[in-house]
Design a binder for this molecule. Sequence first.
Ligand code: A2R
Length: 332
Amino acid sequence: MPNKSLQKVAVDATFDLRWLDNFSDKFEVLEFSHSDAARMPKVAQPLRAIIGHSASAPDFDLYPSLEIFSNFGVGYESVDSAYAAKRGIVVTNTPGVLTEETADTALGLLLNTLRELPRAEAYLRAGRWKKEGDYPLTQGTLRGRKAGIFGLGRIGKAIARRLSAFGVPVSYCGRTRQAELELPYFERLVDLASSVDILIASAPGGASTRHAVNAEVLAALGPNGVLINIGRGSVVDEAALISALSRGAIMAAGLDVYENEPQVGPKLLSLANTCLLPHVGSASVATRRSMAELAALNVVSWIEDGKALTPVAETAHLAEKSWDSGALVGKD
Ligand code: A2R
């Protein structure tokens, strides 16, 4: 049995340890919140692993012995994985286990936005049905629409499968055409937007997608168009979106993610043609548990077998520990 005091793992306090059977028996677990991360080094050395949500280059530099950063979530743009790669630290994420849940949420959000179902329920609960009569007919409907997906990856494809079952044709935009798919492909987002009346963003965050959905794309989507964002808030230029919604340049928007979470500005909140969710795409007990298990299994597998299970692309070459590396000798 390895010495537990040499198996120090720091875990973000928002991560529910009760989901991880035996995890605390194997490792010395140090819980931290973002505000105490800077104090951690005093107690955390030699730290081997972190399970968390974000890490900058200076964060990584606090921990010279760190071997693995296990990101709780599939999106990892808030982890400086390029710097981690330089330092020889493997970064992992939780792909796959949240795909279907997030796609379900996207379809719910789309229907709620078009058919105003949350507003209709609020109308009933306020006693207005009995007093004022039927809820007004909705301008929005899914019938007769065409959808475009920005970021046709695991989640995007799961959304496309659902849309297909709903009888909605799908096309997509991404950096590369996926030759094995028969769906129409658009290299430019503005061209995708002008050919559909539902635009669904399920692309990752980060510099390469920042404000990809801008005023030009929203204008191309047009006055009958609906925007759904289930990926990352940074992908949409929120000021341009508010302007488009206020002017009727697009019809409506359904958002699960925002530029400055958990702040949602008063302008967005005041617009009647929005359906706003508090980043709940994957937020069921079962799915968060699966994500927690995968995040923890990456750490267990790394420390016990020298293998990271789901490394991110930038650190994929580090996914198998080199046991004869001088830097690692004596750590077990
Ligand atoms: O561009 P491609 O062909 O590599 O396709 C990926 C696309 N994508 C982009 N599209 C346009 N511009 C970019 N700069 C760009 N970077 C990536 O997004 C791929 O089709 C899709 C991402 O798919 P996956 O890697 O399979 O991620 P998954 O599991 O679907 O999650 C998507 C995002 C996460 O990154 C979180 O931000 C959020 O959903 O939960």
